[in-house]
Design a binder for this molecule. Structure first.
Ligand code: ZN
Length: 276
C-alpha cells in the first residue's frame, strides 16, 4: 500500500494543507486537500474518496475535484463514501446548488462526475481496491484516542516510546500527547485497544505478544505480559465485538484467539490469565 500525505492540518495556510491522504493513487482518505497537492492527471485518476466526517477541512478538496472533473474529464467520476449521516450532510448542505453546484447532476444524472455512497457502520465494504471499515469516534467534545507506534526506539531516538495517549479539548483546539509506554519492552506495538467495560484498562499487541495495563491513567502505567495460553507470537490486530463481550486477538502466524472481556482489573490467576 502506498500512502501519500496531501495535507495533515485542521486549517489552511502557507505550508499547512487540510487533511487528505491518497492511497495507491486512486482512493482519497479525507479530501481537505486535492488540487493543491496533485496535478490534473493525478486528480483525474482518483476514483473514490473515503470521508471521516463532513467538516470542510476534510471535504473542501472534494468540491474542487468535482469541479475539475466536470471541466476537463466529465466522462470520469469520483465516488464519495462515508457513513449515512456524513453523506446526508454532503447532499443537503454542500452539493445543493446553493453552497456549491449539485455535481451529482453534472454533466447529467445518469453519469455524473460525483457519486455519493453510504457505507455500513462497523461493517467491511469494498472501496476501489481497498476493504474499508468505518469505526465511530468522538468529535467536537473532549476527546481521547490512542496511537500505536511500530518500530524500535533506536529508529526514533528523539521520541522513544511505543504507546501514546492524546487528550483533546473541545473541538480539538489544543491537544497533548503523553508517553504511556511505561515498562513496556522496547518492541514495536502494532495494535492497541481499550476495554469499553473498564476504560482505564488497555491492551497492547506487540511483536512479542500481548500486554495490558489495568490503569492507563497512571504516569507511567504498569504493563503486564498477558499470555493465557497465547503463543509467543506477533499480535497483528485486535477487536472487541459490538456487544463488548470478547476481546479478539489476531496473531501474525498462529491464528485468532478470543477471551471474555473483564469489567474490572484482569483477575490474576483466574480464568486462565497468567501474568509474567
Ligand atoms: Zn472535524
Amino acid at each position: 500500500m502506498r500512502l501519500k500525505v496531501l495535507g495533515a492540518y485542521g486549517s489552511d495556510g502557507q505550508g499547512q494543507r487540510p487533511s487528505a491522504f491518497l492511497v495507491d493513487d486512486h482512493v482519497l482518505v479525507d479530501a481537505g486537500t486535492v488540487g493543491g497537492a496533485l496535478s490534473v492527471p493525478e486528480q483525474i485518476a482518483i476514483t473514490h474518496a473515503v470521508l471521516s466526517h463532513a467538516h470542510l477541512d476534510h471535504t473542501v478538496g472534494l468540491a474542487f475535484l468535482a469541479d475539475t472533473l466536470a471541466m476537463v474529464a466529465p466522462e470520469r467520476s469520483v465516488t464519495a463514501c462515508s457513513i449515512a449521516r456524513v453523506i446526508e450532510t454532503l447532499r443537503t448542505h454542500v452539493f445543493n446548488d446553493a453552497l456549491w453546484p449539485d455535481f451529482m447532476a453534472i454533466p447529467n444524472r445518469d453519469a455524473p462526475v460525483l457519486k455519493l455512497r453510504e457505507l455500513p457502520e462497523e461493517g467491511e465494504a469494498r472501496v476501489g481496491e481497498l476493504w474499508v471499515t468505518p469505526v465511530r469516534v468522538e468529535h467536537t467534545i473532549p476527546t481521547t484516542g490512542f496511537a500505536a507506534v511500530g518500530g524500535f526506539d533506536q529508529n526514533t531516538p528523539a521520541t522513544p516510546g511505543h504507546v501514546f495517549e492524546v487528550a483533546c479539548t473541545a473541538n480539538c483546539a489544543s491537544f497533548t500527547w503523553t508517553n504511556k509506554s511505561g515498562n513496556l519492552p522496547n518492541i514495536p506495538v502494532d495494535s492497541i485497544i481499550g476495554n469499553p467495560l473498564f476504560p482505564q484498562q488497555v491492551f497492547a499487541g506487540t511483536d512479542w505478544g500481548l500486554y495490558y495495563t489495568d490503569d492507563i491513567t497512571q504516569n507511567p502505567p504498569t504493563w503486564f505480559r498477558f499470555q493465557a495460553g497465547l503463543p509467543n507470537t506477533m499480535i497483528w490486530d485486535m477487536a472487541i465485538d459490538r456487544d463488548n463481550t470478547a476481546l479478539a486477538v489476531f496473531t501474525r502466524s498462529r491464528g485468532a484467539f478470543a477471551w471474555v472481556l473483564p469489567d474490572g482489573p484482569v483477575p490474576v490467576g483466574l480464568l486462565g490469565f497468567e501474568v509474567n
